[in-house]
Design a protein around this ligand. Sequence first.
Ligand code: NDP
Ligand code: PYC
Length: 353
Amino acid sequence: MPETELTLGEIHALARDCLAGNGCDAANAEAVAATVTAAERDGAVSHGLFRLPGYVAALRSGKVDGAAAPVVERLSPALLRVDGGGGFAPGALQAGIPALAEAAHATGVAALAVVRAHHFAALWHETEALAERGLAALACTAYMPAVAPAGAREALFGTNPISFAWPRPGDTPVVFDMATAAMAMGEVQIAARDGHAVPPGTGLNAAGEATTDPAAIAGGGVLLPFGGYKGSAVSLMVELLAAALLGERFSFEAAAADNKDGGPPRGGEFILALSPNWMAAGGPESGADTEAEADAGAGRDWAQHAAGLFERIGQLDGARLPGARRHHRRQDAGPRAVNAALVGKIRGLCEAR
Ligand code: NDP
Ligand code: PYC
């Protein structure tokens, strides 16, 4: 596939100007462009510029408010809600994550309910932002039906990603971020665009037969959950945490309410932040004063403890830490190769309005 080289600055400007030219105010255009640029920087291309046409479609159809001003509410000392105001999720997350971190540092554990937001990005942005503030974090969101629950041949669950990040003081966090489908739909669509087969077990065609043809999965077929009934159970959990728990929409409800413009539907995101300083060490300042406290974990240097596990994993032939590929890619400040047809399409979307 022909590719065009763009610097990270050019990627950011392309995304920001395209969003601003299609109805985003400066704050929302910056927030989404930062997310898109970080994805390209890290080689997470299915959630970088690839998403721009969908973001623009949602602005043009009026489904998403490009000038949304998210509002953070404190429901209890440890429970926050950010009302995204019908805007894109990055704006809501920019407002909610600092407040969530503050609450988790104060209480040891805190949760954030993101509601009335449209999520079209990778989730490591939010879990890494919390880990960089010294917190362990878990995030998940639902989408629209694309995945058949284990045993079925019909889509009901979204690709329902879940991300977890663990803080490493002075180093990048250890973080995983994965669809609970065998593969994210964005990856399947890119495989179809680029003419690559997907691994067996990824999905079924429209006739309900197993296939490795990504176009057959994305165009009328279904994805399968990762790991059979186990991934299906995790995907069910994501539906419950991101929708029922928050008073937001299940994937099938989001699809029923969506205008099918190709952009992200309205939905919720559940984010949990946990303080190792409180849990392993007994409080932000405390150490272990007695042997019993030490046995219970108080005063333990949690960062050193976890580092020992990461070191053991690194010593195993063939194993690596999740997130390491992206963080390695991040060190390269040079230009990124982007699909040339995509760049042309995005430039057209900037100009066509
Ligand atoms: P991948 O299967 O590519 O990767 C999942 C995770 O596994 C990553 O953290 C990755 O780390 C890690 N990993 C991959 N290979 C290894 C290995 N050999 N050893 C250790 N760890 C490994 O991701 P998906 O295709 O499932 O998802 C892609 C993206 O799609 C995610 O960012 C997700 O948030 C996003 N998404 C968003 C949705 C939304 O509604 N907003 C819906 C669905 C997906 P590394 O990155 O370092 O390779
Ligand atoms: O890749 O499955 C996906 C996806 C859905 C919404 C955003 N990304």
